[in-house]
Design a binder for this molecule. Structure first.
Ligand code: GRF
Length: 208
């Protein structure tokens, strides 16, 4: 059984997609053992509670230095002994020490087709604003492993979504979530839980 910890900052619809998939058995061999938020008021923590999942809050604001926060954060996470860490709308920079310790065991969902509209400054609605401003006709989402860069780790799954006339960033964000994020994030967790993912030379291979 793969022990999964989900890190969140906001609404937690991607967390919900994971919880639903575990409950519906579309994710097998995995269990969500905890949810960590940097924001006490994140609705994601409510979602965890409703499903009997342990929810914790740890925020950089409660520490004098970033280093002190990073140490405490790693400590909280290590105590949970996760096999996989899922960043589902987590807006805090992951400490390098954590990335090294959990190499190829941290995944992130990003609401664009990487390498478009990703990297520093592209988060939340800014991704969709960028896509609309450029006038691209196809957008989408990416699940990737987390490495030391921003959105640079090995890509696990991607799914494309069409832009429609009259889209606003909010409308596009919602469509990308519904048609891509909520599908490929559970799918990636299921592949990992069932030993189907291999990383070789920075490339993900999905085994039959
Ligand atoms: C999603 O768009 C995700 O791709 C991004 O942050 C958002 C989180 O939404 N990284 P939610 O909290 O899962 O509803």
């Amino acid at each position: 059984m793969l022990k999964v910890v989900v890190l969140v900052s906001g609404g937690g619809t991607n967390l919900q997609a994971l919880i639903d998939a575990v409950e519906a058995n579309t994710i097998t061999n995995a269990e969500i053992i905890g949810v960590i938020s940097n924001n006490r008021n994140a609705y994601a923590l409510e979602r965890a509670k409703k499903h009997g999942i342990e929810g914790l809050c740890i925020s950089p604001k409660d520490y004098d230095t970033r280093e002190a926060f990073n140490d405490a954060f790693l400590c909280v996470l290590n105590r949970m002994k996760p096999d996989l860490i899922v960043l589902a709308g987590f807006l805090v920079v992951i400490p390098e020490k954590m990335i090294r310790q959990y190499e190829n065991r941290i995944i992130n969902i990003h609401p664009s087709l990487i390498p478009a509209f990703c990297g520093t400054g592209y988060y939340g609605l800014k991704v969709h604003e960028g896509a609309l401003k450029r006038g691209v006709k196809v957008v989408g989402a990416t699940v990737h492993f987390v490495d030391e860069g921003t959105d640079t780790g090995p890509i696990i799954l991607q799914k494309a979504v069409y832009v429609e006339q009259g889209d606003t960033p909010e409308i596009l964000q919602r469509r990308v979530m519904e048609q891509a994020e909520w599908k490929i994030l559970p799918e990636a967790v299921n592949l990992i839980a069932n030993g189907r993912i291999e990383v070789t030379d920075g490339q993900v291979i999905i085994k039959e």
